[in-house]
Design a protein. Sequence first.
Length: 399
Amino acid sequence: MAHLGHGAKSRPPARLFCRLETYLSATSTRNLPPPASLQAVERAIGDLRRGAFVVLAGQGALLIQAAEAVSPASLARLRALARGGPQLVLSAQRARILGFSDRDTGAIRIVLPGGVNADVVRQMADPLAAPPAQLPEPLAITPVAAGHASAGAVELTKLAHLLPAAVVADLPADRLTYLAAWANSEGLLVTELDEVLAYREAEGRSLEIASEATVPLGTAADCRIIAFRPPDGGREHLAILIGEPDFEQPVLTRLHSECFTGDLLGSLRCDCGDQLRGAIAEMDRQGGGILLYLAQEGRGIGLVNKLRAYQLQDAGADTIEANLQLGFEADERLFLPAAEILRRLGVAQVRLMTNNPAKIEALARWDIAVVERVPHSFPANPHNAGYLETKRTRAGHIF
């Protein structure tokens, strides 16, 4: 069992982690919105994923629907509820691919003439859809101001692991005085822009130990898994403690983003499975370590979007270009949850098993010191050689 400080090895595991929870509780409550705020965003994410409208309030109020869920019926209802024409909001990355903007960050809002239908919306949002033969004219294209609710519309779709595009409609100004009552009468959820934009960090900082158990592994029989979960019931991250890491010294650590295809199925398109199993075996060989298994599939874009990215790669894009074509950043991950988990385990310094300098910079940003980078690479195969080369030349990985 891993130990913390003098005498901790003799403590029963349950008491040890209870002590950890109490000792480090202050680190999880710094500048956090109340749990109700997290839950409101989590509910909005769920509504978008099932194709429903959400009201987003911030410098006015918008009705929003994820672009990939748009239908002729939903566009008609959007016009009726908002008393105005729908508009399309795209991430700057997707708008740049379409030639609508040269911006690299933020979002773009496009006024859709009355003739635009649901098919055109999906074609503009989805690079795998056949491009529209001719877009209706004129298209009025404007950058979205940082504090406008439209910026939150793209962020919400990203949080929902949908394509980063939404159809929006402004609500009349006079309705803002009774917005909550109106939304309730229409069965709509109201979410605040500030809550949406703060959600990722708030979720990461509010992680709590949900459960833990001994789980012997084939290459590391002395293993304990601790599950961390935010209070809104959102994404769960795992700390896998191998052997008996010395918490008085920098701990051998690996940040591993979940990869269903590589970790579970043994996909040859990436090196994730090799890295996961290799890290566990090496930690066992060295007598101890911590592997953080982080719920951020596909560099944070989700499994469905990762499969979409694979289709684009099969058509000639590299792994970074595919993410950009979908409208995402090259890497959407946030490593604050990893830093917060390490703090809760009493770890301030690590020997990090990685080839990715961005992980070192990210942990430093969140006050975890990386005292050594431990190289962690495996031989390429014919299916992932190009992928690894892209990581080296475009993402700065060190092999």
